[in-house]
Design a protein around this ligand. Structure first.
Ligand code: 13P
Length: 336
């Protein structure tokens, strides 16, 4: 087992200034949705080509500190036979792994879900450590409308905390992700109310389950009006998000990263920039985007070998823009 010092070192490496974490951990089924953007079928070969395109992109390490992988990817290799985790680590990027097993409906709680994956987790964590992972992720999901029940918030927060403690015991930094979903017509105020409650309960349960907060990262959604409502301005998003974090999130956490949640790529960059512009916060703050990084790349690629280099450039460009936004020096007029 690793000492806390190693957990803190991993947190420091993940939360480097100007860098974000690439969430390339979609399940095999969700990878199919991504591949369809490039006009490709969801085959093992195409999933491998998609991941290989991202993870071999030149200079990715200049703006990406860590990559979250899915189980089948951490066990897979590039077309040249190099394990993906080794490829990432050789580039000075930290390999991570999604360890939850997805959401399932909660009986008698219409429309609510709980995340599964605790059974057998200790053995899986050891396996992932041996495969090269140094951090993990577990995602729970909540709608704004209908409002989640106290019972299901507590259930998910408890599992996040239990998972985080198990992960730390295995020498792996947990990224605790209670996502409040962007889909819907809800107002920014409604999103704020749900996010505050979900984050407060999550923080409380992490403390009660004796998770070392300094060796733990929170991955949260930004607070913004629903995707089908009028788009919130970056200033409103930044203000509501940071107000919520200050009310609900313990200051001793190792870091806070944002998911993109289905925001358009530049919108996610702009919102990160507005948050950074608010100035110094008690936490180190950065991004851990999936769709806002991958989708522009997949469009540019269109599944064609002759577009591969352009697609990699698009990915690295978005990661760089997010890195500048993390430092509060993003200039949209220079964004392609
Ligand atoms: P998005 O940035 O696409 O929301 O994905 C982040 C993530 O890790 C979801 O679990």
């Amino acid at each position: 087992m690793e000492t806390d010092r190693n957990l803190y070192d991993t947190v420091d490496a993940l939360m480097q200034e100007g860098k974000g974490i690439l969430a390339a951990d979609e399940s095999d089924a969700t990878a199919g949705k991504r591949l369809s953007i490039a006009g490709l079928l969801n085959t093992l070969e195409n999933r491998r080509a998609f991941r290989e395109l991202m993870l071999t992109a030149p200079a990715l390490e200049d703006s990406i500190s860590g990559v979250i992988l899915f189980d089948s990817t951490i066990r897979d290799t590039t077309s040249m036979g190099l394990p993906f985790a080794d490829l990432i680590a050789a580039r000075g990027i930290i390999p991570g792994i999604k360890v939850d097993r997805g959401t399932v409906p909660v009986e008698k709680f219409q429309g609510e879900t709980v995340t599964e994956g605790l059974d057998g987790l200790t053995a899986r964590l050891k396996d992932y450590y041996d495969l090269g992972a140094r951090f993990t992720k577990w995602r729970a999901a909540f709608t704004v409308v209908p409002k989640p029940s106290d019972e299901v918030i507590l259930m998910n927060a408890t599992m996040l905390a239990r998972y985080a403690a198990m992960s730390q015991a295995a020498g792996l930094v947990p990224i605790v992700e209670p996502e409040v979903l962007y889909e819907g017509e809800h107002s920014l105020e409604e999103a704020q109310e749900v996010t505050e409650k979900v984050l407060a309960w999550t923080g409380d349960l992490l403390e009660r389950y004796r998770v070392d907060l300094r060796g733990c990262i929170l991955k949260t959604s930004m607070v913004l009006a629903g995707k089908s409502a009028e788009m919130s301005s970056p200033e409103d998003v930044a203000d509501a998000t940071m107000r919520t974090l200050h009310i609900a999130v313990p200051h001793s956490l190792g870091g806070v990263v944002f998911l993109s949640g289905g925001q358009e790529a530049k919108q996610a960059t702009r919102n990160m920039q507005a948050i950074a512009k608010l100035g110094k916060e008690p936490w180190r703050i950065s991004t851990s985007y999936s769709r806002a990084l991958e989708e522009p790349m997949l469009k540019a690629w269109a599944g064609k070998e002759e577009h591969a280099e352009d697609a990699q450039n698009v990915l690295v460009h978005r990661a760089r823009m997010n890195g500048l936004a993390q430092k509060g020096i993003y200039n949209e007029s220079q964004d392609l």
